[in-house]
Every structure is written in C-alpha cells, then in structure tokens.
Design a protein around this ligand. Sequence first.
Ligand code: ZN
Length: 247
Amino acid sequence: MMAPYLILSDIHGNFEALQAVLENAHGRYERILCLGDLVGYGADPNQVTEWVKSNVVSIVRGNHDRACTGTDMLEYFNPSARASALWTRGELTPANSNYLEHLARGPLRVTHNGDGGFDLVHGSPLDEDEYLVGVEDVQFLVEYLETKLTFFGHTHLQGGFLLAPRSVKRIVPDRVLQLEPDYYYLINPGSVGQPRDGDPRAAYALYSPEDRTIEYRRVPYDIGKAAAKILKAELPESLAMRLFEGV
Ligand code: ZN
C-alpha cells in the first residue's frame, strides 16, 4: 500500500491556518511533507516549528527559514519581510532556530516501495529561491527534471504546471487532478499561512501515489485571530491585513 500524502507549504508562522488544515484533512493521509517557509510573517514561529518537528517526515528549507535563522542577509527582503524576519530571529528558541537552520536544501527525493519517487523543492528544481509563476518560467525545466512529479511552493499560488515535450500548461486547481504517465508535473499545493492567489482560505494538497491523483483543497480558518496576534506582536500591520484579502 502506498501512503497518501498531505503536502504543506509556506505555513509562515500561522498556527490558526495550520490547525484548520489538519482538521480538514483529518483521516485522509498517512504522511506529511513540507516544502519550506515554516516561519516569517506570522506570529507563531515556535508553535509551527515544534509541530513540524514532530509530525513532518520529509521537508526542505525555504528562504524565510534561512532568513529567520540568520543564515541569510536580508538585503533582498522588502521592509515588512525584513521586519518580520528580525522579529522571528528574536522570538525563536535556540532549539527551533537550530532545527530550521539545518533543514535540507531541495530537491529532496521521496521514494516509496522502490518506485521512482518524486521531488520536493521550495522554489524551483534548479534554484530554491526562484519563483515559478508563469509558463515562461517553467518551459525549459523539463530537460532538468529527474522525476515526473515535483512539488514546489514559494509563490503562494495554488496550482502548478503540466509539462509535455513541446508545451506547458498551467493547472487550474479546481478539481482532482489525474496524473497521466506521459507528462511531467510541477505541483504547488498553495500556501497554508499566507495565500496570495486572491483566496484567503488556507491551501494544501493531498497526493495519492496509488490512485495517481492530486487533490487541491482550501479551508477557511480564523483569520481574525491570526491577524490579531500579528498586530499584538507589533509586526507590520500590512502582514495582518493581507491575510483577509489572500494577497
Ligand atoms: Zn513563502
């Protein structure tokens, strides 16, 4: 039996969104995978990191995980991202900071029952910091993909891409996606804690290797509570407000 996977990305310290996802997905998965950015922006970096530590079986690091542990300089961050990274550095316990600092850089191969497996990356298979937003960003990637299925995050946009030898199609995440054996897939589960695709609900995906399906899911959560915590922590107000808009 192949395990159905719960795929999480870009939780960003939003414990309310994470809890809502876990309740919504309850009983539908056996293992949890994560595509990075556990912290940054949100007000619960320690709670999220501790939960991930004890529940996620395979994980790659995100750019915010590096920034919030001091591995990176912050010169490429906008002011609110920088402010939240500095706040998070001060907030993280030494143990949690150490855990984040030592997360693996993608791509990370996940195999099962001797099959070819699939890859986890934060940004792109070639560069963990690259944003795969449009078809033009992925059309040359097919030559470099080592597995037919790659999960990525970083853009906070649920969906992804189907790559055929001569064409690339954007995947609209409005149904259960049946994976065809001839194509390559780049799948973005969307962001748990800070969606940017205009839908403020928490995003995640379920992957069943047995049925060869990806199920894109959205779930409402207590945005007011997450936003209030951000304001109480005196993080930039914009980080609270954007949660209501999903941008
Ligand atoms: Zn992110």
